[in-house]
Design a binder for this molecule. Structure first.
Ligand code: URA
Length: 437
């Protein structure tokens, strides 16, 4: 089948055969199918969707495009967590050591920031010396020793996803359920895990803002996991406000350490404990979810999770003294408060705009080659529904210079709407989804 014919058939709504999808994607990888044809294919999928059989063929070819990790020599049920991406979402930094400290191995491979959303790898790399580029052998050895390693996805894992994602990013084809589901699940299935907890974000800062669509995305990913014999549980969680207070790499590490010390913002602790309880259950580490949650809360409060994080930081070359005294983390020279323009209620927060403002400040990458500034970012002090008084600080900008700080203050003020009416906002923890239907 010629690539032209495959694109044409998808465009016209015909179901492609698995062999057709495999040959088209392998042709892309080998250079026989042109990038413009793949771009056209992605747009056809964006509008037409994929049938279950087509989706599974796509996942399979993406998953097999690189190495698959085998962690059979690491004892226990290996459980990972993946978030569909958000602003201020530093949960992985807390969750992975926390769950590992409860005896469930967590092989965590994470990404860098994507578009307006931050990435775990960028956050970890704001800890001086911390290396996320472990070899697979070192990854395995650390998994055996500490039950957890926090590494970046390597070029060898699902390389087809990397190329497809970069193409989707520039062809307005990111926000598609089959394309997001195949992208996430092909990477996760290649990582050697046994079970997975998905944190599927809904709200204006999510790739699927509508809760019903977020739920459909969750069910689609669960179906893919089930077809590979993996147990997958998803939660829909709110991304119509940043999670916690801090947005920006070192600032998010500081907030994660606060949470690992038993403190931190209530919403961050709640999402972390909910996901931790689920991971512990999937890892057969507790008799029921309430017990798993109590165990997780205790490990945050008594310092076990923090101690495991310190061990991981040390093992991966990081400076543990910067965890013990977070004043040693990179800090921005300019700090400017954002004052409420009027008295009223916070009726809405444009989370995507806050994420993009953080990227513009230097906390994320405008393009793949850009270098990020680990110190810059925001503290967003308010949530939808909060009452505020004119002139009081609703946020704080941490910037490298006065000009970028001034721009960020304007962007942040515009992103936080203060009005008189009631605020409509999503429940922090939405439905728990365990089945594909
Ligand atoms: N995260 C991914 O890994 N892929 C997507 O398509 C969206 C979010």
């Amino acid at each position: 089948m010629s690539p032209y014919r495959t694109v044409q058939r998808k465009r016209d709504g015909f179901e492609l055969t698995p062999a057709e999808i495999t040959s088209f994607m392998n042709g892309y990888r080998d250079g026989h199918v042109a990038e413009y044809q793949v771009a056209a294919f992605l747009m056809a999928v964006f509008f037409r969707g994929l049938t279950t059989a087509e989706l599974h063929a796509l996942v399979e070819v993406m998953l097999r495009s690189g190495d698959t990790v085998v962690l059979d020599d690491v004892p226990g049920i290996k459980v990972d967590k993946h978030s569909t991406g958000g602003v201020g979402d530093k949960v992985s930094l807390i969750l992975a050591p926390l769950v590992a400290s409860l005896g469930v191995p967590v092989p965590m491979m994470s990404g860098r920031g994507l578009g307006h959303s931050g990435g775990t790898v960028d956050k970890l790399e704001s800890i001086p010396g911390f290396r996320t580029d472990l070899t697979l052998a070192a990854f395995r050895a650390q998994m055996k020793k500490l039950g957890c390693a926090l590494i970046a996805q390597t070029d060898e894992i699902a390389p087809l996803d990397r190329s497809l994602y970069a193409l989707r990013d520039v062809t307005a084809t990111v926000e598609s359920i089959p394309l997001i589901a195949s992208s996430i699940m092909s990477k996760k299935l290649a990582e050697g895990l046994d079970a997975l907890v998905l944190d599927v974000k809904a709200g204006n800062g999510a790739f699927m803002p509508e809760p019903a669509r977020a739920e459909e995305l969750a069910r689609t990913m669960i179906a893919i996991g089930e077809s590979y014999g993996k147990r997958v549980v998803a939660y829909i969680t709110a991304m119509d406000r940043p999670l916690g207070t801090a947005v920006g790499n070192a600032l998010e590490v500081i907030e994660s350490v606060e949470c690992l010390r038993g403190g931190g913002p209530a919403d961050l602790r709640e999402v972390t404990l909910t996901l931790a309880a689920e991971m512990v259950m999937l890892g057969d580490g507790a008799p029921d979810r309430d017990a798993a949650r109590s165990m997780a809360a205790a490990a945050l409060d008594d310092g076990r999770a923090l101690e495991r994080f310190r061990q991981i930081v040390r093992a991966q070359g990081g400076d543990v003294s910067a965890i013990d005294d977070t004043d040693r983390l990179p800090a921005a020279p300019i700090r400017v408060d954002v004052a409420a323009a009027r008295t009223g209620t916070v009726t809405a927060i444009d989370v995507r705009a806050i994420g993009l403002a953080a990227v513009a400040l230097g906390a994320g990458r405008a393009n793949l080659k850009a270098v990020i500034d680990p110190a810059v970012g925001f503290l967003v002090h308010v949530k939808p529904g909060d009452s505020v008084e004119r002139g009081h600080a609703i946020a704080q900008v941490h910037a490298a210079d006065e000009d970028s700080a001034a721009r960020a203050v304007t962007e942040l003020s515009a992103a936080i709407t203060i009005g008189d009416g009631d605020a409509a906002f999503l429940p922090l923890i939405g439905p728990r989804i365990t089945a594909s239907r």
